[in-house]
Design a protein. Structure first.
Lengths: 159, 357
């Protein structure tokens, strides 16, 4: 009779479901190693390599960067987060005037992490950092200068 | 039936009114003290159950749950209650003020009255009436009223749908739980809660009544879950469809009372279930008889059994998906009610021919 069969089948599936959740609950209450929660300020956060935290400029140990000041990133940026202050400086060896950046200004507060500037960069000067501790008490602190003071262009980038 | 049981609450009132000779004033003082004990129990147990629910839910989902405020997060719900106390009470425009505000008083009153008839231990029952089981099932129907009033008074269509669903559900399932209770009453031959407990001294009713008692227990648990509006029967709240159902438009303590009363209702369902099927505050197989005061051991066993029953309800909540409204009614009217009616006949036959153990 399907009426009684339905009831027995129903109870069987309910018990089956309870077995599944019970298999989560009881090991978890005995041993906490199954817990997937990470208590962030106490334990280090797991950040993925490809996480887009903020744009940074790569510098080597001699305080040299790879930015030629071509402004491709500034043009590519859809909301004007990047401003580059640059100047032409005479190269004493070749006698030509060469573009050189003074300040690569990055407005983190306006950035939408769209990745267009990094795709546009011909010399791979800027890249993503996984740092996500970006909150500040004052919004002016979100405007950052990416090139370090006193840094200069790495040799051999422009060729 | 003449009640000759020990009752510590009655002794307290007697002490104030007769032994100290304060007469009627002493009686009032005794009542106030008992009321305060029950109210304290209401809020403390409610907060503890909310904490327990969150913690158990977390363990089911491989999380940690509240663990920051106080040791193991025990003070988390107290902090939440303090936050809710400081919140502004505001409702919708053109709400029905009388119904809207009386709803949460009724829900507390219904829960407290039902609590008063539950024997917590030997002699620890405030309202030891000889129709205790009947009284509790009658009072828990009053709880429906508060939900209907809250849904209606809010002047919000979602609240009203939630309230109506709740009324539908609770009145339907009241029948099944009533039949399950009647099955046990048939076996016990009394409606008194203390009388039912005393009859289980040799063997708990779940074993004594074997097959019909087991069916009654299953029906009671299902109907009880539905009556306390918990998942898988939480259609009145139905977060996905109705916001929060009947308590959508309540804020601050108005919401908190509904929330606490919901958990206290779960406690009451579990306590009634434990009293009817598992021998209430009696020690299983009398293992602690003669070791210290009976009322203290009674409290321990009662709360242990109730905790296990509540854990079962929580297990249901975090396992089963929510029912659709037609499935809900099919379950009640096509399955639980006929089986319950049949079961009561089986039990009557068993009792008549002395087939119970």
């Amino acid at each position: 009779m399907s009426y009684i069969g339905d009831i027995i089948g129903g109870i069987k599936t309910l018990l089956n479901g309870m077995k599944v959740t019970g298999a989560y609950f009881f090991p978890n209450i005995i041993n906490r190693k199954y817990v997937i929660t990470r208590q962030y300020p106490d334990e280090p956060a797991i950040v993925f390599e490809r996480f887009k935290g903020e744009v940074v400029m790569w510098h080597n140990e001699n305080n040299e960067h790879r930015c030629t000041g071509c402004q491709a990133c500034e043009i590519a940026c859809p909301n004007g987060s990047i401003e580059i202050i640059w100047d032409r400086v005479l190269n004493p060896e070749t006698g030509k005037k060469v573009k050189q950046i003074d300040q690569h200004i990055y407005h983190l507060g306006m950035c939408t992490m769209c990745n267009l500037c990094i795709q546009a960069c011909p010399t791979n000067a800027i890249m993503w950092s996984t740092n996500f501790h970006n909150s500040t008490y004052d919004r002016s602190q979100l405007t950052k200068v990416l090139n370090r003071p006193g840094s200069k262009l790495m040799a051999g980038v422009e060729e | 039936m003449i009640l000759t049981h020990i009752n510590y609450f009655a002794d307290l009132i007697n002490y104030f009114s007769n032994t100290l000779g304060w007469g009627f004033g002493g009686k009032i003082l005794g009542y106030v003290i008992i009321a305060l004990i029950y109210m304290t129990f209401f809020s403390v147990a409610g907060l503890l159950l909310v904490y327990l629910e969150r913690r158990v839910a977390a363990f089911f989902q491989l999380r940690l749950g509240p663990n920051r405020v106080g040791p193991w997060g025990l003070l988390q719900t107290i902090a939440d209650a303090l936050k809710l106390l400081t919140k502004e009470l505001f409702g919708t425009d053109r709400k029905d003020n009388l119904l809207y505000h009386s709803a949460y008083y009724i829900v507390i009153i219904a829960s407290l009255m039902a609590l008063s008839a539950i024997p917590f231990s030997k002699g620890l029952v405030a309202f030891d009436v000889n129709i205790g089981v009947f009284f509790i099932s009658a009072i828990s129907s009053v709880g429906v009223l508060s939900i209907l009033l809250g849904g209606w008074g809010s002047n919000n269509k979602y609240s009203m749908i939630g309230g109506m669903r709740s009324g539908l559900q609770m009145i339907s399932y009241e029948l099944s739980s009533g039949l399950a209770i009647l099955t046990i009453v048939l076996m016990a031959g009394t409606l008194s809660m203390t009388g039912i407990v005393e009859q289980q001294r040799d063997m708990i009713f779940l074993l004594k009544g074997h097959i019909p008692a087991l069916i009654a227990f299953i029906i009671f648990v299902i109907a009880g879950t539905a009556e306390s509006n918990r998942t898988p029967f939480d259609l009145p709240e139905g977060e996905a469809e109705l916001g929060a159902g009947y308590h959508t438009e309540y804020s601050g303590m108005g919401f908190a009372w509904f929330f606490l009363a919901e958990f206290i209702n779960m406690f009451i369902i579990s306590a009634v279930g434990v009293t009817l099927f598992f021998g209430g505050w009696l020690a299983p197989f009398g293992i602690t008889d003669g070791l210290g005061p009976e009322w203290a051991w009674g409290l321990f066993w009662f709360f242990l059994k109730v905790f296990l029953m509540i854990f079962l309800l929580m297990w249901f909540r975090w396992t089963f998906p929510r029912l659709r409204i037609d499935q809900l009614l099919t379950l009640e009217w096509k399955y639980l009610l006929p089986i319950g009616l049949l079961n009561i006949i089986i039990m009557a036959v068993f009792v008549y021919f002395g087939l119970i153990l």
